[in-house]
Design a binder for this molecule. Structure first.
Ligand SMILES: Cc1ncc(COP(=O)(O)O)c(C=O)c1O
Length: 380
């Protein structure tokens, strides 16, 4: 019998898959969206059912600009925002409009693994740069720039997927100065910028940019719901016009006018702020649960930093461990994770694994990590 699938990840009930990097299904805001939808569909305004304006509904962009201004700590003009169907599409559109096949993209090592898929689709050549606990190492970037110039540098500056690392303010400023000096663009994937649980991160990368070097991609996937497929690109109006002039938008009109109209209500009513605050509390507790369980179950076998935000723990094991090879053994114990090799542009990082604390509640996280302990723990 074939199973009719509806979601991208559907772990069987017996498995705790800590490899899934999504908000927990228990947290998805059904009631909130039911109310926003009823409100938006109550009147006679059917514009949300038309082809949309290429840059996205102006009222939604205004509400988004106000929301981001309040959270980013600097004024964000709605004219610098364009609606997308998520951060992934934002990245793909930028690659499509600002690179040629064969161009080079610099990434950190590790990097968000699915960005690598988008770069492959666009026939881009990827070069991995060294990182430390604070993200891309500027001196290493300078060294590489002496040898070659990329079209793009892609990074997740805040609460990186997978490492949780956050680039400090000085490095942000230096990165932008290097992009200016060596004439390349930076794509800052800032999907975790608002998900801080302890200390606030530095402002988004665009804050350090005066010259149109930084294009930022953002999303409602991690702060509201991924199924909305709603995000944005923040860039200069000229850069946005280049994207908005693409054949895709010319033919299909602006992206996601229907959903953006529903989320406009969520923003204007202040519900997004309330929901975000609730999420931060829940995720903060889940971080603690995972840190405690890792210390208890894996002890000295695992080395990790407790993340200050985002979704992930990035766990380093002994150099001889190959997490990809050991995944089937973990799955046989009813637990999954994402092997480190996925996050490498050159088949390395084999002794790392990424664990997500966002998908399961605290008790399930503890059980999952205990199962990991029977595969990787001290003395195994
Ligand atoms: C760094 C990063 N970028 C992009 C995405 C996907 O975002 P979206 O759902 O907005 O396409 C994710 C989701 O895991 C992510 O971690």
């Amino acid at each position: 019998m074939t199973t009719i699938r509806t979601t991208q990840s559907s772990p069987d009930a017996a498995t705790i898959d800590l490899g899934i990097g999504q908000p927990g299904p228990d947290l998805l805001p059904l009631a909130l969206l039911r109310e926003a939808t009823a409100m938006r569909l109550a009147g006679d305004d059917a514009t949300l059912l038309s082809y949309g304006y290429e840059l996205g509904d102006g009222y939604f962009r205004r509400a988004l600009g106000a929301f981001l201004t309040a959270h980013y700590g600097f004024a964000l003009d709605p004219e610098s925002l364009m609606v997308t169907t998520g951060s992934s599409q934002g990245l793909d559109l930028i690659c499509s409009c600002f690179t040629e096949p064969g161009d080079t993209v610099f990434v950190g090592e590790p990097t968000y693994f699915l960005a690598l898929r988008i770069f492959a689709d666009r026939h881009l050549r990827v070069v991995g740069l060294p990182v430390d606990e604070q993200g891309i190492v500027i001196e290493a970037l300078e060294e590489r720039l002496a040898a070659e110039r990329p079209a793009l540098l892609y990074l997740v500056p805040t609460f990186q997927n997978p490492s949780g690392a956050t680039l400090p303010a000085e490095r942000r400023a230096k990165l932008v100065a290097l992009a200016e000096a060596f004439d390349f663009l930076i794509v800052a994937d800032e999907v975790y910028q608002l998900l801080s649980y302890t200390v606030l991160p530095p402002p988004p990368l665009a804050h350090y940019d005066n010259g149109g070097r930084v294009l930022s991609v953002g999303s409602f996937s991690k702060i509201l719901a991924p199924g909305l497929r709603l995000g944005w690109i923040q860039a200069t109006p000229v850069q946005l016009q280049r994207i908005a002039g693409s054949g895709l938008l010319d033919s299909g009109g602006g992206l996601n006018p229907f959903t953006s109209n529903l989320v406009k209500v969520v923003l204007e009513k202040g519900w997004q702020d309330d929901y975000l605050n609730g999420l931060k509390e829940v995720y903060g507790r889940r971080v603690e649960a995972m840190a405690t369980a890792l210390r208890r179950e894996l002890g000295a076998a695992a080395d990790f930093n407790v993340p200050h935000g985002g979704f992930f723990f990035w766990v380093r094991l002994a150099p001889s461990v190959d997490t990809e090879r050991l995944l089937p053994r973990a799955q046989a114990q009813g637990v999954g994770f994402k092997p480190g090799i996925h996050f490498s542009s050159r088949g390395a990082l084999r002794n790392y694994m990424r664990l997500c604390f966002a998908y399961y509640d605290e008790a399930t996280i503890a059980t999952g990590v205990a199962r990991l302990g029977s595969v990787f723990g001290n003395g195994v």
